[in-house]
Design a protein around this ligand. Sequence first.
Ligand code: BG6
Length: 512
Amino acid sequence: MSPTHESNPLRDPQDRRLTRIAGPSALVLFGVTGDLARKKLLPAIYDLMNRGLLPPSFALVGFGRRDWSDEDFSAQVRDAVEHHSRTPFREDVWNQLTSGIRFVQGAFDDPEAFGRLREVLAELDEGRGTKGNHAFYLSIPPNAFEQVCQQLADNDLATHEQTSGWRRVVIEKPFGHDLDSARELNAIVERVFPADAVFRIDHYLGKETVQNILALRFANQMFEPLWNANYVDHVQITMAEDIGIGSRAGYYDGVGAARDVIQNHLLQLLALTAMEEPISFGADHLRAEKEKVLAAVRLPEDLAEASALGQYAGGLQGGEEVRSFLEEQDIPSDSRTETYAALKLDINTRRWSGVPFYLRAGKRLGRRVTEIAVVFKSSPNLLFRHRSHEESDQNALVIRIQPDEGVTIRLASKVPGTQRELRAVNMDFGYGASFTESSPEAYERLILDVLLGEPPLFPRHEEVELSWKILDPFERHWEEQRTRPETYEPGSWGPDSAHRLLARDGRAWRRP
Ligand code: BG6
């Protein structure tokens, strides 16, 4: 990554990696009372401070409707930090952080509140030394983006032509609900902020294990020669969660698993798995390769046969009685929203011709696991002809994104004491056993990158739009057919139709 003028190289004493600290800056957070802010963003900011990666002049400004003083907001931040931070609570670090905490009370449609925000930022620039460097984090529903961006523009907060420093905006998914709405949203944000000042968060890209996909593929010599249609039979990308939708009905109903996580996280994983080697880690090079492979995705002709939708039933899961999706709070009893989706995609490149990519994501499944399994073709087995034709005769390389982060290679091995009997065994790399450093949370890395002005881990709008182009035909098909998701038992591995989807191709889902 190329150095930027506001950052200093340093060896982080805590995790002994070459890393850089952010320069003087203020982060303005919209949506301070949301779950994301409380569980992820505020703790990540503290963790960065604790790791010495934020400068003493860093300031955190909350913007919201609550009638809070700076001290009230600070108490909320402290509570979130104490409950959810990754690193231990240290009073000296907290004192440093809290001295830069401010709260601006107001609604998104209140111009005076934005006037006050402007004054607070001017005061921080002067008094604390944030030097006109402001990042605006919109952890708010997308329908409020337009209003907030416009207010920022009207108060000269979005651009820095007349003043010094940089201005950046951070937006969270959902980036639209289809291609048209995504384009509209992109246009709204980019009307106010230049494209290179817009940081779109797909938090999967902040995960260490996701960044390691490129290291695994391109820093090793042994995988790349096999990483193509000559050797790979198919690829399975799984994102399974054991939880239900909790209290997120307002967001989730009408969105569903495909829009919630396949359009973004899973297609990003597909892109990183299938892309060509970029000529550098620079944002332009990396994004260009991801875009090339997303643009090469082809949908099978029969979309009904190439997809499966499910909805969790109620019942016992891990000894606990859980509600069905239709019984969740605020979900209409006739909702057709899917909590499980599986898709089959092809990639029309020389490297991947004829290699299906199967993607699945669901809630209330057997356990929480995200993994990418590259399943290789069977060996010709000239010496081991007699071996039974079961799953075990295919090698697989499994990238375990979470939990139990690591990589497994599945091999056939002779069973000791037998003539020629083979059994599938695993060769394992686990982060826990190989590294003493613990992995930072995705949001630590992403917030730091925003403050450093490092864009490679943030999808640009072309990527978002290409991903919608892949998903839209499926969504249209399900809508036109008024497809009802098939019910599946909580704690199972999804609906039967998902198993049939692979069985039709003579394959089976892995049991992660
Ligand atoms: C979010 C989805 O993007 O990712 C949630 O909106 C999902 O529905 C979450 O639960 C899962 O994230 P992680 O990091 O726990 O895999």
